[in-house]
Write a protein that binds this ligand. Structure first.
Ligand code: HEM
Ligand SMILES: *[C@@H]1O[C@H](CO)[C@@H](O)[C@H](O)[C@H]1NC(C)=O
Ligand SMILES: *[C@@H]1O[C@H](CO)[C@@H](O)[C@H](O)[C@H]1NC(C)=O
Ligand SMILES: *[C@@H]1O[C@H](CO)[C@@H](O)[C@H](O)[C@H]1NC(C)=O
Length: 523
């Protein structure tokens, strides 16, 4: 006799489990006190038992569309969507965003990041409790952009020479047929993402740690780290929290990345710590490097925990986490927009040429690139990195100005993509209009207001309020420098001729990662 007929078939077991879960859900619903979040409409959540999980799956698949539709359905109001195991309350419109901006003491960025990206596991315990680099980025680093500008610029030039070694198209060939033939081979083709990413890593880290930025292993680590944080946080979510520290220690990226970076930077960091212990900021020869290592050590006086190779390594990795992919994405979107709309090359070139002619390559010159600022800002308005940002976890029950209450523990965020594409905020909001902000700035008195670095209730690419990106002043200067260098050094075009499609996964939007750009030395 077939012994399997004695056992329960998989189908029966599944049915029993489903029925059991449905009963449990109904009982829970019946006995639980009403959820304060019931007052906030849920969007795209089927009302049958376990509809929550279906809604949560929908959000993973179509997060971008769901946030845009919810924005249109509940103008100026909050609505909620399902994440894997909890609600996310999304805030539509300026009034609620302004409430969020003003409410810093009852909303926590760290707790939100700990929940979404598993900060404590993926970036380290000390990063949750003592992210002292934020103050360093906001003050010492930002104040030193001007002083370090020549060094940053020299790294831009060197990095492009190495990674975009285009040939000189300006050959003196008398034979027109030969000339035409050589013009065909002048162009070199490079994968855009795989070229801009290491360039941004080098240029940023020249500013952070000096010439060691060129080490290929270091570039590999700094560009991979942020991707690993995201992918590790995904599988950690699937695990019971009690297993997470062990799993992370055994299989996570953080220990290997920390150790590999310590191997590369250990001697340098130890030397700098020793010198700082001995002399403080005033080295006998006056030759203390003016870089992030020094600024971090300045911020670490009196904090022995911050003055170890290990902590400094983790801190530098996290500075890179915030700096590299964000800046790469911004640069790529702008480059694709430019290569896909070559009519904007001449006005931008003219601006860069005339400003650099009178100012040289300085931070002050970058400040005068009003059209380029507008171009970059518009690129980041159209695709601001993701559909949702400004995530906060509520730490004390919080009442919004419309009377809606969210209890402590709630996760909130803003559908920034929909906000950026709202006709109430921008005329022809879906149209890429690269000089819309420079036109606004031409109006008397509005010079500062429409700059890329100035967050606004309708411009959220850098966040808003006390937690607005502290690296944005450097990031905008860096992006301007990269594009100016490209504009003055190369002719360029898209290999396929059309602006490549962006890549959307759930609520994350990235510039196309496979498209190729073609360059030749400017004629
Ligand atoms: C174009 C490039 C960049 C973009 C689009 C960007 C965007 C953002 C956004 C949206 C936030 C969150 C704001 C909020 O939640 O309210 C943020 C935070 C942050 N960014 Fe950036 N960022 C960029 C470049 C940089 C650079 C170059 C650095 C460092 C050198 C940096 C360091 C940070 C840090 C440390 C935070 C956390 C601030 C806090 O928690 O208070 N970012 N950034
Ligand atoms: C961060 O999140 C983890 C869950 O992954 C949790 O165990 C830990 O307590 C959180 N840390 C803080 C300080 O809230
Ligand atoms: C650079 O940063 C250091 C450390 O905060 C500061 O003392 C110095 O004044 C800054 N340099 C400039 C030119 O602002
Ligand atoms: C990225 O761009 C390339 C070249 O234009 C194109 O073939 C590819 O389909 C694009 N990728 C996506 C995901 O759209």
């Amino acid at each position: 006799m077939d012994s399997s007929s004695d056992r329960l078939s998989p189908g029966t077991i599944t049915a029993a489990v489903v029925v059991g879960l449905v009963i449990l859900q109904v009982i829970r619903k019946f006995f639980n006190p009403p959820d304060p979040l019931d007052a906030i409409p849920s969007f795209r959540i089927p009302s049958y038992p376990f509809g929550f999980y279906v809604g949560s799956w929908n959000y993973v698949k179509n997060g971008r569309a769901i946030t845009e539709e919810g924005y249109l359905k509940y103008p100026g109001k909050a609505f909620k969507v399902a994440l894997a195991n909890r609600w996310l309350v999304l805030l539509n419109g300026r009034t609620l965003i302004d409430d969020l901006r003003k409410a810093d003491d009852s909303l926590s960025v760290a707790e939100a990041t700990n929940s979404t990206l598993q900060l404590e596991h993926t970036m380290g315990h000390e990063q949750y409790h003592d992210p002292y680099q934020v103050a360093v980025i906001r003050s010492a680093m930002t104040r030193n952009v001007s002083a370090c500008f020549p060094v940053i610029r020299s790294e831009v030039v060197a990095a492009f020479e190495d990674l975009v070694p285009a040939k000189d198209g300006n050959l003196d060939i008398p034979n027109p047929i030969l000339l035409w033939l050589t013009s065909l081979v002048d162009w070199i083709s490079v994968p855009a993402m795989q070229t801009i990413l290491p360039i941004v890593s080098r240029v940023s880290n020249r500013f952070f740690i000096g010439l060691k930025c060129r080490d290929p292993d270091y570039i590999k680590i700094t560009t991979q780290y942020a991707l690993d944080v995201v992918s590790n946080s995904l599988w950690l979510h699937l695990m019971p929290s009690i297993l997470r520290p062990t799993a992370m220690y055994l299989f996570g990226h953080l220990e290997p990345a920390t150790r590999a970076t310590m191997k590369l930077l250990g001697p340098l960091l130890q030397y700098r710590i020793d010198m700082d212990d001995q002399y403080g900021p005033d080295w006998p020869e006056g030759d203390r490097p003016n870089d992030m290592i020094s600024w971090l050590l300045d911020e670490a006086r009196g904090y022995p925990n911050r003055r170890t190779v290990r902590t400094m390594t983790r801190t530098l990795l996290n500075v890179n986490f915030g700096a590299i992919h964000t800046t790469t994405q911004g640069t790529l979107h702008a480059l694709y927009n430019l290569a896909g709309n070559l009519q904007y090359v001449e006005p931008l070139r003219e601006e860069v040429e005339s400003v650099v002619r009178t100012e040289g390559w300085t931070k002050a010159a970058m400040g005068k690139l009003v059209k380029l600022d507008s171009f970059l800002k518009e690129s980041a308005r159209i695709v601001p990195g993701g559909a949702v940002a400004l995530m906060r976890q509520v730490t004390k029950d919080f009442m919004f100005s419309d009377g809606i209450m969210v209890p402590a523990g709630t996760l909130i965020g803003v559908p920034i993509l929909a906000e950026h594409h709202d006709e109430a905020n921008y005329e022809n909001a879906d149209v890429f209009d690269p000089f819309r902000f420079s036109r606004m700035r031409e109006k008397a008195g509005e010079g500062i207001k429409h700059q890329m670095v100035t967050p606004a209730l309708d411009y959220l690419s850098f966040g808003i309020g006390r937690h607005a990106c502290p690296g944005r002043f450097f990031a905008v200067n860096e992006q301007k420098l990269l594009l100016s260098h490209i504009l003055l050094t190369y002719d360029f075009k898209l290999k396929d001729g059309v602006r490549p499609e962006d890549e959307w996964v759930a609520i994350l939007g990235s510039a196309n990662s496979t498209a190729e750009l073609m360059f030749r030395k400017r004629q």
